[in-house]
Design a protein. Sequence first.
Length: 287
Amino acid sequence: MPKILITGASGMLGRYVHRKVKAAGFDVIAPARTDMDLMQPKKVCSFIREEAPDAVLHLAAETNVDLCERDPRRGAIANQLATRAVAQAAQDVRAWLLLISTSNVFGADGKPLSNELDVPCPVNYYGRSKLFGEKEVETMYSSNSFIIRAGWMIGGGREYDHKFVGKIIEQITKGSDTLRAVADKYGTITSASALADFIIVSLKAQRLGLVHFASQGVVSRFDILDELVRIVSFNGRIEPAMSSEFPLSAPRPVFEGIQSIYVDASEDCAPRFWRDDLRSYLSEFGF
């Protein structure tokens, strides 16, 4: 039975992937955080070499955008140097390698939607660190690796969603009568569950190269809020907000939407329209 090592198996995406990889009949290795400390790339490399898996699904990353801006060294080590170590180890044991990257590698050119042929242009250190991680994989191990760029991730359900959708559901649950969301920044969402299915398909096919995986349609978080309240039948008020009202350490692009010219809409697990993916995800909350 092929052995699949998953970094970041306890994260939002990792939980879906872990469960679905096991259901697909693979032998799963899910390292503890102490064994996969991204701030210790040599230790990460040694662990993967010792386990000698048939495939490595590298989902772990430092995803705190503002922390990466305040501490670029941390972002560089966790997202670039640790990725280099993972790629080196995968190459050493001849394992197929998957890297999950981000739409945040785009934004400086102001283009609403970017495809795989567009030149990355990040506006913050998080995006740069992830882009440099991509380059490590492409330089060291392009012959047996696959990179997927995802958009604004939605997933986790009531227990594990600490991002935008989860916070909105929490506010509604606590009885808030007014909800606000930023209306002047735009991107594309990615269903963690759908992405996990696509990862399984890609693992089985041993796909190579780089693709984008995100729901169809560019949206603001206010657009997401507006659709969410319709689905859950929220009767309070919703208000658009400007990003300037919420000062952050890291600049955010006005646009970071992504689309794919390689993932055909007819493929199994291809992304759907964003409203459909949002509605499907909200069913995990019981709506």
